[in-house]
Design a protein around this ligand. Sequence first.
Ligand code: ADP
Length: 891
Amino acid sequence: MTEATGIVGEFLALKEETDADILAMQCGDFYEFFADDAELVADELDLKVSQKSSHGSKYPMAGVPVDDLTPYVSALVERGYRVAVADQHETADGHAREITRVVTPGTHLATGDESAQHLAAVVRHDGGRGADGDTYGLAVADVTTGRFQVTQLDDADASAVLTELYTFSPAEVLPGPELRNDDDFLAALDERSEAAVSLHATEAFAPGRARHRVREQFGAETLESVGIADDDAAIAAAGAVLSYVEETGVGTLAAVTRLQAYGARDHVSLDATTQRNLELTETMQGDSSGSLFATVDHTVTAAGGRLLKRWLQRPRRERGELVRRQSAVAALTREAMAREAIRETLADGYDLERLAARATSGSADARDLRAIEDTLGLLGEVADAVAETERLADSPLADVFSTVDREGAAALAAELDEALVEDPPGTVTQGGLFRRGYDDDLDALIDEHEAALEWLETLPDREKEKTGITHLSVDRNKTDGYYIQVGKSETDRVPDAYEEIKTLKNSKRYTIPELDERERDVLRLEERRHEMEHDRFEELRERVADHAPLLQDVGRALAEVDTLASLAVHAVENDWTRPELTDDGRLDIEAGRHPVVEQTTDFVPNDLEMRPDERDFLVVTGPNMSGKSTYMRQTALIALLAQTGSFVPARSATVGLVDGIYTRVGALDELAQGRSTFMVEMQELSNILHSATEDSLIILDEVGRGTATFDGISIAWAAVEYISTRIHAKTLFATHYHELTSLGESLPNVQNVHVAADERDGDVTFMRTVREGPTNRSYGVHVADLAGVPEPVVDRSRAVLDRLREDKAIEVRGADSGDEGTTQAVFDLSSGQFSSASADGGAATEDSDTSTTDPATAEVIEELRELDVDEMPPVELMAKVQQWQAELDED
Ligand code: ADP
């Protein structure tokens, strides 16, 4: 292979220096991509590829004009690439090029997306002796707003830290030295998150170095004051994020002004599956419309929208904070006029958190600073509107402004207003930015420049008078500079001093010595003026950047008001109620509704009552499509909304605060994603059984459905027992295994409810009402009938169903036992009767969880257990299932 030299050689050498995926190298007025990069970029962005010859070899080449680079970089980064940019600068002997920044999904400042953009580092430290789990540190930054959050999870496992991570929907993740070699961790990350995984230098995670970096950024005492001085894993993650942002050179580190440490106990656990199942920010189909967020979002600012989304994705556990939000929302629901006036004011504002980051990174232009000025001005208006409305003034809404330096904000706004013209241009290098009176030197220069311009402007009149020529003008263009133009008919009257420079069809162009001289003046003054304005602008922008924390405070205060007002608007428009928040583990919902379904349906409200120990586990039965899922999801969503500080869709509600919401819903969506359904289902169940506590809320929909009936029932059965006797989490459990309803008889805290359906003349009418007790039968066959399944199949299913009921009995382990021995319960499917016997008294042994008697069935189950679903091609699988069916039919 020939070694590339020249420009391509330089490109390839620079590419070696970076671990970015793509390099854009400036060559004069273009940024060029060469070789593989050219092809990749051309492919992704529809650019034209040409060939560059370099010393006998040809290389693909693609380029974009210097001023157009940003949108191309954005598009590449949004597709998950990391893009290095090498700029060209002049040197004594020509020019040189070096990589000035690397734009990555987590450090991309020019994003067009209003949602938060999180860069996260995750670190694992060995838990040490005596600990079951390890210690995890997590640091999450949003460089577009300067937010920086850090936590440490002690004695935890990977799924706990992943759950925590997912609530941020990170754009980019930096795994620490240990985790980057942990295949399971990386696979889980890859499967559940769209984040780009980047490997940052191992040294950056080293405890000493990381600690030093964090101190440098936030001040020496900060670690102590936020209480994480001893949390090495958290500090390692924080240090790594900071050094990564610094290394990418995007210049946003200055916007990261405050370290927020939070505890694992601050937020409700919501894993990625639960966020998806509950359709918090997008539907199962991946649309944002139809999600909970889209339904309840009435915010009028981008920052307000981001905050509302964060509240929904990271609900809180601390009652004080929730009651504070609730009280503010309550006050806003009752002050419609003031609320709407405040929202109108807010709608005029811009995204201060993001503008602050633009100022600190040096990318803000004069219009951005004007936008900052305008938005700072709104703070007073909003705060006054709150102060002037008694109910709002007496509510926690007033406290939103208590930590904001209103005087500082007003002073900065005034400074900007004095400095910048009303409507500044979009570029900062062409002058025209500053008001007169802002700076004496600048004013003097502007005076001089304008005097010179005026001389030029009045020159035609003077010359016309002097020469008597009527068709005479003074103009300027790039090639000729300033010139005097005289119409052809009058060129004979031109004085001798006129020096001809060009002849056109109908006119001639001349110059005179004074004009040359003035032209030089004007150009010199213009250049000085542009330079001076640019310098002054940079100074001004730096002063604004120094105020980043203030801008962030104001931005966050306005965002919070917007979010609270949005919750109030939704509550009023949809007749939601303020839930009572308790610590007693109860859940009492009167006439509850599903917040999203109620928007489009004539919704039938339902009650729900759960009490610790007596009634903390509800088995929900009912025909397909009767509304089981909806009922369970609405319960989870009401709990979740209550813990964001929102009102809830119910007539009244008492919500015992939960520490986590866990769901396992349906199987179809997983199938669509081509994952091994049953394996995924079991992984999720396993995660729930490991993570949930008695303070959690669990929603299980059709657990065990992904496998053959007996396996499925057994797993579902065992899960019910485990949760209801060991974990004691509040649980809603929907099943089509009608048999499971008998658990309600053996387990005291397990109760049955069903979604009623009316059956008359073979027609099923869904009532959508939830009633006590189990359904009296399974309606599956009826639904098949209704759906138009051919009659022979329907008849045959009825026959098979009856047969199953006659033949089979399941024997299960009861669970009310202490140490004295386990009770065995035998559930006879034909009679629907449940009989129990003591473990030591009968034929059943303590270990036999289920026994299915006939050998043919046992054989099928055995084969099923052995079968590796992932390995077998679908057609063979189908054949196998048919074979089993035939075998089962035979006996
Ligand atoms: P299941 O889980 O029992 O199969 P779903 O919860 O999926 O049933 O509900 C089936 C349909 O009934 C959905 O289209 C849903 O919108 C509607 N539905 C469910 N509950 C209600 C209700 N309480 N009021 C009105 N419509 C409902």
